[in-house]
Design a protein. Structure first.
Length: 94
């Protein structure tokens, strides 16, 4: 699946920089590019939460430094067990 910004149409992609750990919104969907594809896995112990695994590396999408600040970097890294910085949820736009 793709993770697309509904306003800009840009998709979350892994860059290959920093050992493939950086995740950015650089471009529109490019068909058949593994760096833009994600596997979504529901968390059975956390209601409405999911994890995103990068198809290109198998690493998890997460918030860098467990930040709660606006503009925080997202990146991928190896699964860290029960790490809430690697959990995401879906919010319906109003």
């Amino acid at each position: 699946m793709y993770i697309e910004n509904v306003k800009s149409g840009l998709v979350v992609s892994t860059t290959g920089k920093n050992n493939g750990d950086d995740a950015v919104l650089p471009k529109k969907i490019t068909p058949a590019h593994d760096d833009q594809l994600w596997k979504v896995t529901p968390l059975p112990t956390v209601k409405d939460a999911v994890k995103f695994f990068a198809k290109s590396s198998g690493k998890l999408l997460g918030v860098d430094g467990k930040s709660k600040d606006a503009g925080a970097r997202i990146r991928t890294w190896s699964e860290q067990g029960n790490e809430p910085a690697q959990y995401f949820g879906f919010i319906t736009p109003k």
